[in-house]
Design a protein around this ligand. Structure first.
Ligand code: NPG
Length: 371
């Protein structure tokens, strides 16, 4: 019988080396909720990928996740008689939605359990790659020249795929300029749901630029119009925000709304549901890749293990810590000169926050224990 003894929630804040602009806003710092869950005397770590200042990417944001974790999800887990990673989702199922908050606890319990068992997450996932090839996501720049410079810089560092953020009015010309500079690179674009079906001309123009994919062009709830758009263009559509679960993935695939899926374990409710999305896509012959939410080393370690699974055949946004932070919360993840990153293989997620960094970066902390 394993009981959750305590859950420590920390709100951490780390400055970004550069502001990150996407179609719905700009981040200058990373703020996230971390959970340290103690089971059988061992700590496991989970990172919440909810937005910082308002729910722009999904319906979740840090203040909401904090209250939900502290007042509802955390107490439910603390009250359970026996907790294993296999049933955390069941213990939390009475709460609708909120997969990002739930993922924080699912991942932390799994991490603790694997640490007790002395087993790495990557081996538990049945993934055998020791390193994964990496891409990088480049935010909306102030000018085309600035974007060119950023692309060049990341290609020099070894990144094997470039993803450009786009929004209406800052799209075709910029992407065409980069394609002109680099005719042969793997290049994709991500709209973060900023376009409408009426923008078909833009997609037709992007369709001429030999892109690997167009990510989340339309509203996240609109699978039907994504399917209609996919029927009009050759470039594969990839869905991100639309996929909150394996059921969403199955629906999107069946409707023909996408040909590629971006898996963010933090967006779909944690590593277990991410595995299910992976398996659903694999059976349907739909390739997946690992997205990123500017995670600290905690979420990054979790993502890297997942990215080592067999159907993660496309390069992910698993970039080096230095792409985001001057100093990460953990020891940094480093890009090898060949554009790959080593997958942690120590027990659990294989890394933990450095105590000094945790102290420096924590802006709020609360420990909850069983009533
Ligand atoms: O490398 O972690 C990363 C960031 C990758 O572009 C990225 N993330 O929509 O996929 C996204 C985007 C994002 C990040 C969106 C943070 C919202 C918040």
């Amino acid at each position: 019988m394993s009981r959750v003894e305590a859950i420590e929630l920390s709100l951490v804040e780390i400055p970004l080396v550069r502001p990150f602009r996407v179609s719905f806003g700009t981040s200058t710092g990373k703020q996230c909720v971390l959970a340290r869950v103690r089971i059988d005397g061992v700590d496991g770590w989970g990172e919440c990928v909810a937005d910082d200042s308002f729910p722009g990417f999904s319906g979740e944001w840090n203040e909401g996740a904090w209250v939900l974790l502290r007042d509802v999800l955390g107490p439910a887990l603390l009250a359970a008689d026996d907790v294993t990673s296999a049933d955390v989702e069941d213990h939390l199922r009475f709460v609708r939605g909120n997969p990002m908050a739930k993922a924080t606890l699912v991942d932390a319990v799994l991490d603790a359990e694997l640490r007790v068992a002395g087993r790495s997450l990557v081996s538990w996932l049945g993934a055998d790659r020791r390193a994964v090839p990496c891409g990088v996501s480049i935010g909306i720049a102030d000018s085309t020249d600035e974007l060119r410079a950023r692309v060049d810089e990341h290609l020099e560092q070894g990144y094997q795929r470039i993803k450009l953020k786009i929004m209406p009015g800052i799209d075709v010309d910029r992407v065409a300029a980069i394609r002109g500079d680099h005719p042969d690179i793997l290049l994709s674009v991500d709209a973060n749901a900023a376009y409408r079906p009426e923008d078909l001309d833009t997609f037709r123009a992007l369709d001429e630029l030999d892109l690997l994919m167009i990510e989340q062009p339309l509203h996240h709830e609109d699978l039907v119009r994504h399917a209609a758009l996919q029927a009009e263009i050759r470039t594969p559509i990839c869905l991100d925000e639309s996929i909150r679960s394996a059921a969403d993935a199955a629906a999107a695939i069946e409707l023909g709304a996408c040909r590629i899926i971006n898996i963010k374990q933090g967006r779909v409710g944690g590593v277990l549901e991410a595995q299910r999305v992976h398996d659903t896509a694999a059976v349907a012959g739909v390739p997946v890749w690992c997205g990123g939410m500017l995670e600290t080393g905690i979420g990054r370690a979790t993502n890297l293990a997942l990215a080592a699974m067999p159907n993660f055949t496309l390069r992910g946004d698993t970039s080096a810590s230095a792409r985001y932070f001057a100093e990460d919360l953990t020891d940094p993840f480093v890009l090898a000169p060949d554009g790959t990153m080593a997958v942690p293989d120590s027990p659990g997620i294989g890394i933990e926050p450095r105590p000094d960094r945790l102290e420096t970066c924590t802006v709020r902390r609360e420990v909850i224990t069983a009533a």
